[in-house]
Design a protein. Structure first.
Length: 251
């Protein structure tokens, strides 16, 4: 009596005989067809999908994240969460977190160069030009307070990001500003001082404008109007410049 196929299979398994892998194999009667092997496919990484955010929204959310968390604290995962995108979006779109940080800084400062350029190019005397530059400098700080917080943090340490900021923005500003400052020093209009002290005299108040928490405790309204900001800037300019440019005595 011949065995049923199931009995044969059971007897082969009990004897430790393994089934041949599926595929095309050689039997006594020649080539025999069998079922192909089933191999698991590896997952394929795809590029991040397009998002329903404009470039302006992407950069603004990135700016707010870096200002609040700092560069180290703003992980790629946290940035993706705040942008509402996939984890791969930052690397796929910008190449790296560092490149995204640079794009955020460039976007925030690009349009703000215009007020400074107008102040530098104004057809006025050196003292009047200094006042225009300082006023524009403080107006920029108010317009992008998040950027100012990022710069304040990066100015305290040596890093590739500090090099980037200095080479792209701070250095070019100081190269334009230094000849004006030297002419005013030589004319006796402002005290003689090194450029680092002069920059501290100008930049310190700009940083203070963005220190909103302590300012509120000192009486600043929670959400100043444009007119209130303009008044604060004018007051600060007068405080700074009266120290740098004391009024000349009347003849």
């Amino acid at each position: 009596m011949s065995e049923a196929p199931a009995q044969v299979a059971d007897r082969r398994r009990m004897a430790g005989v393994e089934e041949r892998p599926a595929g095309r194999e050689m039997g006594r009667g020649g080539m025999v067809e069998s079922q192909p092997n089933q191999r698991r496919e590896r997952p394929v990484r795809t590029r991040a999908p397009q998002v329903d955010l404009s470039d302006a929204e992407i950069f603004q959310r990135g700016l707010e994240a870096f200002a609040e968390l700092g560069y180290e604290g703003a992980s790629v995962r946290e940035l993706a969460k705040r942008l509402g995108v996939s984890h791969n979006f930052i690397n796929d779109r910008f190449g790296s977190k560092n490149n995204f940080w640079r794009a955020v800084i460039d976007n925030s400062l690009h349009d703000l160069q215009a007020p400074l350029n107008r102040a530098f190019e104004a057809d006025v005397g050196d003292a009047e030009k200094l006042e225009l530059i300082v006023k524009a400098f403080y107006s920029v700080a108010v317009t992008v307070p998040q950027t100012n917080r990022i710069l304040a943090a990066e100015f305290t340490r040596s890093s590739e990001r500090m090099d980037y900021i200095y080479s792209r923005y701070t250095g070019p500003f100081l190269r334009r500003f230094e000849p004006l400052a030297k002419r005013l020093m030589e004319a006796g209009r402002i005290p003689r001082m090194s450029m680092d002290i002069l920059f501290a005299a100008l930049n310190g108040p700009a940083l203070a404008l963005t220190q909103t928490e302590v300012a509120r405790r000192l009486g600043r309204t929670p959400d100043p109007s444009p007119a209130e900001w303009a008044q604060m800037i004018d007051s600060l300019v007068q405080v700074v410049l009266r120290g740098l440019l004391p009024a000349r005595p009347a003849d």
